[in-house]
Structures are given as C-alpha cells and as structure tokens.
Write a protein that binds this ligand. Structure first.
Ligand SMILES: [Fe+2]
Length: 304
C-alpha cells in the first residue's frame, strides 16, 4: 500500500554547541525560538509550532519529519515499511511533545538518513514571530543526501507518493503537493540533510538577506541566483556544523493533470540560469562526493 505523505513538516538537527546554533537560528536565520531548554531548542518559521530544532549531539544525525493525514495512514505506513524490512520505531510521549505532533514513527531511508512520519503537527494560534525581518513565510523543502538517487527515488515515488517534477542529471526534484519540490535527492557518499529551505516573501528579502549574511561574514555557498527547474530565486549559505540553508522565493506550482517531468543536463546552467556557481561544493548545494565533484568541475570547465 502506497504511503501517502501530505507535506514536509520539520527538521531536527544536532550540534555540539546549542548556544551558538541558537544564535545563528535566531539572529541570522530569523526563526522564532520556542520550548527553550538547556540542551535543546525548537523554532517556528510559519503557523506550525515546530519546524526546526537543535539539540546537543552529533551533527551528522539529522532528522526530517513528514506529515501523514491520520493515525490509520501512519499504521499502514508502519506495516508497509516493516513488510519491506525497514526497522520502524514509534515515538515516545516525550518525543511527541518535543515535535508538537500527536504521534510519529521513525525509520531510516534507503541511504541511512533518519526519517519520521508524523500525524497532526500542532498549529499555533498565530504565525511565527520572526526574530528578524527576514520575510520568511515558512519551511518548504530539504535536500537529502543519497548514496543511490535511482534507488532512493524509487522509495519516495513507489513506496511513498512523491512525484518527480524534474531531474538534473540523476538528481531528482520530488514533489508532495503542487509545490515544485519538497525533496531533492543529492548524490553523495553520505546520508542525511543536505540543505534546508525557507521560503521568503519577495526577491527583496533574498537580496536583503544576502547583504546581511555578507556583513556577518556568513559563508555564501551559492547565489543569489535562479533555478531554471523550479523558477525560484535563491541564496544558499552555511550555518553551524556545515549545514546549508536556503532562502528562496517564487517556486513554481505544478498542475498535477498536465505537468510532465523534465530532464535537465547535469551542468551549471541547470542549477542557476543567472550564471552563479556553488562556491564550495564540499559543503554547498552540490556535494557529489569525489566522482561527482570531478563531473561538476568538468561541466563547469566546458561551460566556460
Ligand atoms: Fe533548495
């Protein structure tokens, strides 16, 4: 039975320095802190009560949470995953409270990344009270490292209900709703979150943040630029522990009836139609591992 995912819901990050990560998440990224504790902190970016969190631990242990419609769908998802050999764990009461969800299951995606399926992410009575005027309208998508994009695309589109919107080379951009993509599967020799996207209201917000990030000497890893795939105007930058964050605006919405997936060449102009290239592929938008890095360098050389 297909696992029906409604939307992406939250990320959970670990860091050895919660205070420094919190400073970044509020003063630079602009999120609203909630549930403040000594060793952990949640953040709001939209109407939901927790769309990101930091707690003390190993930064490589990232979690992405997705919303399912109800408990019946969650039970069916657990049965489907277990039948396929995935180890599934139900979240404890304390863990559910931390995530502001009524229930969830945890498992690892085929590349080994930690994934959660959750029901009823709690909505706040008001929107997020952003810590700075970043123009954020909400948490929107993630890049996930994939050791085998073809295999992992099969998981998200055949076991789950994601659809391919576009592919750049073998990098698929997958949608869960009419929004062009909620998941990008980025080839790499590792697993977990590759980048975290927040949508902003306007291109002015992207440019204003670019200036602020530059003033604070936050490493800009890609952009400002525009993706020809989703149409979004973007800037990518590096936060604590090498995690990459993105602000973007103007992501394309897809008509489910008429849209057909498209194949883009694996070349710089497929990632930015304005000519920007990732400045540090090792931690930036494109982390392809040693072989992929050579492929990128080669197409970058040809493009020049
Ligand atoms: Fe993105």
């Amino acid at each position: 039975m297909t696992i029906n995912i409604i939307d992406i819901a939250y990320t959970r990050l670990k860091t050895p320095d919660v205070a420094a990560a919190t400073d970044f998440a509020t003063r630079i990224l602009g999120l609203e802190p909630v549930d403040r504790a000594v060793d952990r902190l949640s953040f709001r970016s939209d109407s939901r009560m927790s769309t990101m969190s930091y707690e003390i631990g190993d930064p490589s242990e990232t979690i992405v949470g997705f919303e399912l419609a109800n408990g019946e769908d969650l039970l069916n998802a657990a049965k489907t995953l277990e039948a396929l050999g995935y180890e599934v764990r139900y979240g404890s009461h304390e863990e559910r409270e931390q995530r502001h969800v009524s229930e969830f299951i945890a498992f690892r995606d085929p590349s080994g990344g930690r994934i959660e399926f959750a029901v009823s992410p709690q909505i706040g009575g008001n929107g997020a009270q952003l810590s700075r005027d970043a123009g954020i309208t909400g948490f929107s998508h993630v890049g996930l490292f994939s050791r085998d994009p073809g295999r992992d695309e099969h998981f998200w589109t055949q076991i789950c209900n994601a659809r391919v919107s576009d592919r750049v080379g073998e990098l698929p951009l997958l949608r869960l709703s009419q929004i062009h993509h909620s998941i990008a599967l980025v080839p790499a020799d590792r697993c977990g979150i590759q980048h975290i996207n927040h949508q902003v209201q306007s291109i002015d917000d992207v440019q204003r943040s670019y200036a602020l990030l530059s003033q604070h000497k936050v490493p800009i890893v890609f952009g400002p630029g525009r993706h020809p795939t989703s149409g979004a105007r973007f800037v990518y930058f590096e936060g604590p522990d090498g995690m990459v964050f993105e602000y973007s605006v103007g992501v394309r919405e897809v008509d489910e009836e008429t849209y057909r997936e498209r194949q883009f060449g694996f070349e710089p102009k497929s990632f930015c139609m304005w000519g920007a290239t990732p400045k540090n592929q090792g931690v930036g938008y494109i982390d392809l591992g040693p072989g992929g890095q050579r492929a990128w360098d080669e197409c970058d050389r040809i493009a020049r």
